[in-house]
Design a binder for this molecule. Sequence first.
Ligand SMILES: Nc1ncnc2c1ncn2[C@@H]1O[C@H](COP(=O)(O)OP(=O)(O)O)[C@@H](O)[C@H]1O
Ligand SMILES: [Mg+2]
Length: 305
Amino acid sequence: MGQTLCICSRGSITIDNKRYYFIQKLDEGGFSYVDLVEGVQDGRFYALKRILCHDREGRQEAQTEVEMHRLFSHPNILGLAGHTFIERGGKSEAWILLPYVQKGSLWSVLEKLRDKGSFMPERRILKVLQGICSGLKAMHDRGYAHRDLKPTNVLLEEDDRPLLMDLGSMNRSRMEVKGTREAMTVQDWAAQRCTISYRAPELFNVESHCVIDDRTDIWSLGCVLYSMMFLEGPYDMVFQKGDSVALAVQNPVTIPQPCSYSEGLQNLLRSIMVSNPQERPDVNWILDQIQDMTCSSPNTQTNMV
Ligand SMILES: Nc1ncnc2c1ncn2[C@@H]1O[C@H](COP(=O)(O)OP(=O)(O)O)[C@@H](O)[C@H]1O
Ligand SMILES: [Mg+2]
């Protein structure tokens, strides 16, 4: 809180020798604050994410988040406009400057639809899903996994082009677990970095000898698809009621009925949200399915909700 006031009273902040005015607060999380700022020189809007780094490890994690943005230049992955580290009284803060996306997160769009008693038409769902898959494919193809995919970590451009963001949990997709100690380390990491109601089943009870890979993202992607269809996450209620998400994800996903979406879309959701990661499809398979569904005859198109 104090930091925000600090920026206000100073009027402007400087990152990479460029000045920015504080406009307003956008979001406040556990360890990060996101503010809307305006570039003094270019007049453009940016989102400034400030992460409080409590120790060396926290600083390293923020550094990784910056590097992950830099690693990709893709229409469905949010780019980086600049960054800096601020040292204050022995504590450090990572400042990550990102292009501002006015429409906000996919979650905010879903909330608005829910408030209006509206829904997302199937074609729109497929379009957004395709964009998210393209971003994920770019990550997976280079051997990385997002690990915290959820509707609040996807921004939507005006034309509904999704942008994957919040790359702070990203790491190499293949994690080989050898022994109980390593399994506990991965499980503890997941408990901290992968949001519980979007967390893949294999991350709740990590087996002593196993390989965790990019299919954790596929599970989360299924949860995102479900959210677009039903305007809430499949395990949001389970979590809110205080029931065990770890247990719930072992059962096949329940699709609320009656459901106005096509059988094709419902089946796609079922085939993505498979508890056993070995039986879960990869992102290429999902992209093919979306392609088939969007290329179906004009007749089918008009029947879509
Ligand atoms: N570039 C941006 N444009 C618009 N809104 C943003 C932007 N970056 C972040 N936000 C908003 O701030 C929220 C938190 O940002 P995020 O990077 O996910 O932080 P955290 O790591 O705390 O979850 C997002 O869900 C979104 O609503
Ligand atoms: Mg986030």
